[in-house]
Design a protein around this ligand. Structure first.
Ligand code: NAP
Length: 203
């Protein structure tokens, strides 16, 4: 990118063996030295963010968030809204689960670790498929794939600044990136949120 500094340097996970004070003091040295412009964190809860705030001014928190994983809505999002922190939602497609391609009976390739994750167990594939069927008419009407609709819903949620969508190949990357050529209005977003009451996955 032709720069000798990092725009946003995010600590990947809270380190259980190092006090947050120590980590943040190290980051503040990097800012003082001009190597980093803004500091951020990843996978911090609201209490950990407040602790980090004593030493630096974190600009962002990168956390998991999807239709299937909404736990940040209760405490972290209100904290970030109140304290003006950006939230970068990672895995908004829940690693492919919410694209509609994983039907009940889905067989993962050898070495694909998703088969060990509860979201991808047979019962959850069935429940997710039923939920996604509810979204199909909206996706069809708006000429969106299910994945694109899920991305747009994610971006509409209060406090979400960015959706960090992954892609296996260029086709997926293009499909995902072009989701934002369309927009969901408030009513469509609320209808989808209402359908989410039907998405109860088992741990
Ligand atoms: N800070 C952290 O701790 C942390 C942790 C995890 C991820 N992240 C970040 O978040 C980014 C995204 O995470 P993620 O890859 O888990 O995100 P995701 O968007 O939930 O899932 C991406 C996966 O969904 C499938 N997919 C994506 N687009 C598709 C499409 N158009 N059609 C069909 N399938 C599609 C692909 O799986 P298939 O292989 O099945 O095609 C792809 O690998 C990562 O690149 C990483 O930078 C951060």
């Amino acid at each position: 990118m032709g720069t000798d500094y990092i725009d946003l340097y995010q600590i990947h996970w809270p380190d259980s063996t190092t006090p947050i004070a120590e980590s943040m003091e190290a980051v503040s040295r990097l800012i003082e030295q001009g190597k980093v412009r803004y500091a951020g964190v990843c996978n911090y809860n609201a209490v950990q963010m407040a602790e980090a705030e004593k030493y630096i001014t974190p600009a962002s928190n990168q956390v998991p968030y999807s239709m299937a994983k909404r736990s940040i809505e209760s405490e972290l999002i209100p904290y970030c809204l109140e304290n003006k922190k950006s939230v970068l939602a990672y895995s908004p497609l829940e690693r492919g689960l919410l694209t509609g391609k994983m039907k009940p009976g889905h067989v993962f390739a050898g070495g694909d670790h998703r088969k060990e994750v509860s979201f991808f167990k047979e019962e959850n594939l069935k429940r997710t498929d039923e939920f996604l069927n509810l979204l199909k008419p909206i996706a069809k009407e708006k000429h969106l794939t299910l994945g694109q609709l899920v991305i747009l819903w994610t971006l509409q949620q209060s406090g979400i600044t960015i959706a960090l969508v992954g892609a296996r190949n260029s086709e997926q990357a293009i499909e995902n990136a072009t989701a934002v050529d369309t927009a969901l209005n408030q009513e469509e977003t609320e209808v989808i949120t209402g359908y989410l009451e039907h998405l109860e996955l088992i741990a």
